[in-house]
Design a protein around this ligand. Structure first.
Ligand code: NAP
Length: 262
């Protein structure tokens, strides 16, 4: 009897030999992306501020047969980011893939939004992504290779009441992604964004618990449901892999069609 043929690894989506850093990956979307990138062959560094939460994530991945490396640092602190990149590159090796995912949500009507809340959200969702992109890019550009994926949102395109700083930060990420593409594409560094629709995580827990919102969402989204975090893996692996070598400055919406229809 002929031996069963082994499926060939498709090099287009193969991340073997690559090292990926996913910021904000101790839970939620970042955790799912870290798992997905590791399953595609990458060596993955997971990150968050809380070392205990990060360790729990590491253990959870280990229990499912995935080895990750942990690095706790705060993306809002430019010196911590630079120190972390310098340390990771010297002790682990070049970071080939950055997924700039860490982000927060704070809700309040615009007339009542305190200045410190505005700064907190912009500090994480925009400044934090910028610091990580800069630290990664300044190492990738001289090497002539790298993949940077910013985690944007449908709010990179669509406004919504009570989330002024969040929507402003995600809109700004769209232009940061395009501007970094303008500077770095010719150096072999692909900068693109993944823009999720609505996914049930801690960040959206207030909405998940709101039945009225959930009903509205399921009618508003052509696919008729919330997204599952694993459904963001395909787009992220694509943008991290050779398959996307000529894709630059693009935002890939993974939103069940939400931004395609009114
Ligand atoms: P989440 O469940 O709240 O997870 C956020 C992660 O980021 C945690 O691991 C958190 O760990 C980490 N983090 C927060 N601030 C950080 C900082 N300053 N430095 C380093 N790590 C930090 O959120 P999520 O829903 O997975 O969202 C992840 C990303 O997807 C965000 O950028 C969000 O805007 C985007 N997104 C989410 C949705 C959605 O429906 N959930 C939709 C569109 C876009 P620590 O607290 O320990 O630091």
């Amino acid at each position: 009897m002929a031996a069963a043929r082994k499926p060939k690894t498709c090099y287009l989506f193969d991340l073997n030999g690559k090292t990926a850093l996913v910021t904000g990956s101790s839970q939620g979307i970042g955790f799912a992306l870290a798992k997905g990138l590791a399953e595609a062959g990458a060596r993955v560094i997971i990150n968050g501020r809380d070392p205990e939460r990060l360790q729990n994530a590491h253990k959870k991945l280990q229990d499912s047969g995935i080895q990750t490396i942990t690095r706790a640092f705060d993306v809002t602190d430019p010196q911590s980011v630079e120190d972390a990149f310098a340390e990771m590159e010297s002790s682990i090796g070049p970071i080939d893939i950055l997924v700039a995912n860490a982000g927060i949500m704070r809700r309040a009507p615009a007339t009542e939004m305190p200045p410190e809340t505005w700064r907190e959200v912009l500090g994480t969702n925009l400044d934090g992504v910028w610091y990580c992109c800069q630290a990664a890019g300044k190492r990738m550009v001289p090497r002539g290779a790298g993949k940077i994926i910013t985690i944007c949102s449908v709010q990179s395109e669509l406004g919504r009441p009570t989330i002024a700083p969040y929507a402003a930060s995600k809109g700004a990420l769209r232009m940061l992604t395009r501007t970094l593409c303008a500077e770095w594409a010719k150096h072999g560094v692909n900068v693109n964004g993944v823009a999720p629709g609505y996914y049930a995580t801690e960040l959206t827990s207030a909405l998940v618990q709101n039945a009225e919102f959930s009903d509205w969402l399921c009618q508003r989204v052509p696919a008729g449901r919330w997204g599952k975090v694993e459904e963001l893996v395909g787009a992220t692996v694509f943008l991290a892999a050779p398959a996307s070598d000529f894709v630059n400055g693009h935002l890939l919406y993974v939103d069940g069609g939400m931004t395609a229809v009114v």
